[in-house]
Design a protein around this ligand. Structure first.
Ligand code: 5RP
Length: 242
């Protein structure tokens, strides 16, 4: 068997949702955070299938982007804000894709420019789950896939200077079929950063977030996730599941 990347994404999403239901970590009545991207979308679909079959009831979802909001609306999954009384600022579990995952379960997220709302949801979830195909598993973060940094547009040049002082090469993310920068769901812009040498990931997350004008970095180091990684041969590796 040799699965394509797209087949691996569906496999890992379905395996993760089904395993988490079996383990009692996805359950009726829960508050769940739903991620963004082409791996998160099949997970939302699988969740909707279990709701439609009656296996899961009274699920309250908090979404991380317009993409996920639209998907939940299409599937009929009720969407709440982190601020709603029914959510109270804390989730039972959040599930999402990632751009890179290292052996310590540190991640880069934000390839889809949704990492600010993803981090709000995933750092405020009792359990964070990352689902990824084999291309996302790396030894070192920061030298290959760019780390997105969401910024206030008026602070672009001083933030670029400060990122350069941290050793990063920062490039403004440009729109596709839209002139000018990508504008995030929060109305901000994105600088994509790479380093020539491996970085200390938790330290870099804190340093970038201390720059005035930065809204949030796509380095995720603080709420260590359970990680599901699918392989070309159809198997799924699970890390950090007790
Ligand atoms: C969006 C994200 C996504 O989870 C990440 O980019 C992975 O995307 P995909 O599953 O489409 O490869 O962080 O901001």
């Amino acid at each position: 068997m040799s699965l394509s990347q797209s087949e691996q994404k569906t496999l890992v999403a379905n395996t993760a949702v089904d395993t988490l239901i079996e383990k009692g970590l996805i359950f009726s009545g829960m508050k769940i955070g739903l991620g963004t991207g082409s791996t998160a979308m099949p997970a939302v679909k699988r969740l909707a299938e279990h709701i439609a079959s009656g296996k899961l009831k009274d699920i309250k979802a908090v979404v991380t982007s317009f993409q996920t909001q639209n998907a939940c609306q299409d599937y009929g999954i009720p969407v709440y804000s982190m601020n709603d009384r029914a959510i109270g600022g804390q989730l039972d579990l959040a599930i999402d894709g990632a751009d890179e995952v290292d052996p310590d379960c540190n991640c880069i997220k934000g390839g889809g420019a949704a990492h600010v709302r993803e981090k709000i949801v995933e750092y405020n979830a009792k359990i964070f789950v990352v689902i990824a195909d084999s291309s996302k598993a790396v030894q070192t973060i920061g030298t290959k896939f760019p780390v997105p940094v969401e910024i206030i547009g008026d602070a672009r040049v001083p933030v670029m200077n400060a990122l350069s002082a941290l050793g990063a090469t920062a490039v403004l993310r440009e729109g596709v079929r839209k002139a000018g920068p990508v504008i995030t769901d929060n109305g901000n812009q994105i600088l994509d950063c790479t380093w020539k040498e491996p970085i200390n990931v938790p330290e870099m997350e804190a340093k970038i977030n201390s720059i005035v004008g930065v809204v949030e970095t796509g380095l995720f180091t603080q709420n260590k996730p359970i990680v599901f990684i699918s392989k070309e041969d159809g198997s799924v590796e699970i890390r950090n599941l007790k």
